[in-house]
Design a protein. Structure first.
Length: 222
């Protein structure tokens, strides 16, 4: 069990480095009305999206028998993840200086009711490709591990809690500390926003190289 957790935690940490999720969570917590409720709605929406991806991944992974190695499947998953992450980096760099003509999500959420923030959290997680790309190989590791259902469920829960820290941690802190946490969260958000491209691109490049190397080794082992 400990080996399973050790193998998925790096993916979970990489998935948790999400400036966009942190940005929308801090925005919700900065609202003039019902900030804590809006923050929890963002967290709930993000959790719902990740649970949906988890269900799809577990169903697909459980359908594959694990009596013998599947180097071809593992290679396909790893190479796909590596290529997608590399493409994501290229796209982010190419569009880094583009100006938006239409109102962004934050502008649309200004003054919106609390229930709208659930949808915002859902959409942001569902389209947060760097997190999802890392989630799927982790699910593959969990589903092919020869452990009990409770061990697999615990591993999945650990991954999800870590991956959801950008939305869970700020709202938990504000729920406990109230306005005392606002200034620190604002400074953290400003720091992450200024360096969002560098942070995300670095993580994506590291994991892209990892998956491509691992995928090639799986091809050679097939």
């Amino acid at each position: 069990m400990s080996a399973l957790l050790i193998s998925i935690i790096p993916f979970a940490i990489g998935a948790a480095i999400s400036p966009t999720l942190l940005m929308i969570e801090v925005f919700a917590l900065s609202s003039r009305s019902e900030p804590v409720r809006k923050g929890w709605m963002v967290a709930l929406g993000s959790t719902t999206a990740l649970l949906a991806y988890a269900a799809v991944g577990v169903l697909a992974g459980s359908a594959i028998p694990h009596h013998h190695p599947h180097h071809g499947i593992d290679a396909g998953i790893d190479l796909a993840a590596g290529i997608l992450l590399a493409a994501l980096v290229v796209r982010q760099i190419r569009h880094r200086n583009e100006k938006r003509e239409k109102p962004g999500l934050l502008e649309k959420l200004s003054g919106a009711p609390a229930k709208t923030f659930f949808t915002a959290g859902l959409i942001m997680m569902a389209t947060n490709f760097s997190t999802i790309i890392l989630f799927m190989p982790a699910i593959r590791i969990i589903t092919k591990a020869h452990h009990s259902f409770s061990s697999d469920a615990l591993a999945m829960a650990v991954f999800m809690v870590i991956a959801l820290l950008p939305v869970l941690l700020p709202v938990s802190i504000v729920t406990v500390l109230g306005d005392r946490a606002s200034d620190n969260l604002a400074r953290l958000n400003a720091f992450v926003t200024r360096r969002s491209l560098a942070i995300t691109a670095t993580i994506e490049v590291v994991f892209a190289l990892y998956f491509l190397t691992k995928g090639i080794s799986e091809v050679l082992a097939a």
